[in-house]
Ligand binder design. Structure first.
Ligand code: ZN
Length: 325
């Protein structure tokens, strides 16, 4: 039996890639740390946004299907909110910032503190949750958000399920313990935590009457949990099999190795190694500036580039030492 320490990354389906990147970089101040393609569908970009170095535990990644793609439908078996951690005391800054960028955010009280809840341009539910936990990686010098307020990484994820039972057994097996319960807008929220240090350690569960959701634009595709290395990943495969799941073999995702298993509530779980990291094929200084392809797709670069939709990467406008806006 092995345990995870928390969220590695979250991958969602977006619409237009330029709009997607503009929001995560210009509004949320994350860095575009990787510009590649979906290895399983090379006509689609895979854009990854994270901290200054793309540290595991900080990166939200997207398959932007363009606006012609199929819209998703929220429902049971899906991620309701993806929460980012921000430094304690930053919430007013973020409320003003979201307002200036015409993002409607509501303040929500949960587990004894206030958070901001809003959606990205494709309708993906997001939250900013203040924490005094340490930053797992590095700030980004060119971010439009001053370093003092920059997103630290994930805080956690909220999963919506048509019943909690079977999912809680899986969470318990992979290292999550039920620690608290609260209520917001008449919905009970049950908190599971890995008890690890740092951020991204919790998973909240809520029950929904909605039918099973449909994956598409505006929905989360999967959530990935951290495993240290491939040995721990092998142990995790056994842990998953022991609770009745059917994990895939390890898949080389170039920047980490991944296994996948759908938990009984319908959410696709991934378990990813901490390395080799986003700097495996380009220097940290220029992460995300060019289209990178794994060796096995490099021969097809010309065809792949020609088939990708138009994409204009946002130009960084650093907040600078004085704090900018
Ligand atoms: Zn993934």
């Amino acid at each position: 039996m092995t345990e995870t320490t928390g969220t590695h990354h979250v991958t969602a389906i977006g619409g237009d890639p330029t709009r997607n990147a503009t929001f995560y970089v210009e509004t949320l101040g994350l860095r575009l740390v990787k510009r590649t393609v979906n290895h399983d569908d090379t006509h689609t970009f895979h854009l990854c946004f994270g901290d200054g170095a793309g540290t595991p535990g900080t990166s939200m990644t997207f398959f932007p299907w363009t606006d012609d793609g199929r819209p998703g439908e929220f429902g049971a078996g899906q991620t309701r909110h993806t929460a980012f951690a921000v430094p304690e005391g930053s919430l007013d800054y973020w409320a003003d910032r979201l307002d200036e960028h015409d993002v409607d955010a509501e303040r929500v009280d949960l587990f004894g503190s206030e958070r901001l809840r809003f959606a990205d341009p494709d309708g993906i539910g997001l939250e900013l949750v203040p924490t005094d936990a340490e930053r797992p990686g590095t700030t980004w010098d060119d971010s439009p958000v001053p370093a003092a307020h920059q997103i630290l990484g994930f805080a956690g994820v909220t999963l919506a399920l048509d019943g909690l039972g079977a999912t809680t057994e899986v969470l318990a097996a992979i290292g999550y313990e039920r620690v608290a319960e609260d209520e917001v807008d008449g919905t009970t929220v049950t908190r599971y935590d890995t008890d690890a240090d740092g951020v991204g350690t919790w998973v909240d569960l809520v029950e929904t009457d909605a039918p099973r959701g449909r994956m598409g634009i505006g929905t989360v595709h999967h959530i990935a949990f951290r495993v240290e290395d491939e040995a721990e990943q092998r142990a995790m495969r056994e842990t998953l099999a022991d609770v009745g799941l059917d994990p895939t073999d390890p898949i080389d995702r170039k920047y980490f190795t991944a296994i996948y298993a759908r938990e009984p509530g319908g959410v696709l779980f991934e378990f990813s190694t901490m390395g080799p990291g986003f700097d495996a094929d380009e220097p940290v200084e220029s992460l995300g500036e060019r289209l990178t392809l794994p060796e096995w797709l490099e021969d097809e670069r010309a065809e792949i580039e020609a088939a990708l939709p138009p994409f204009e990467a946002p130009a960084p406008a650093p907040a600078g030492a004085n704090g900018g806006d």
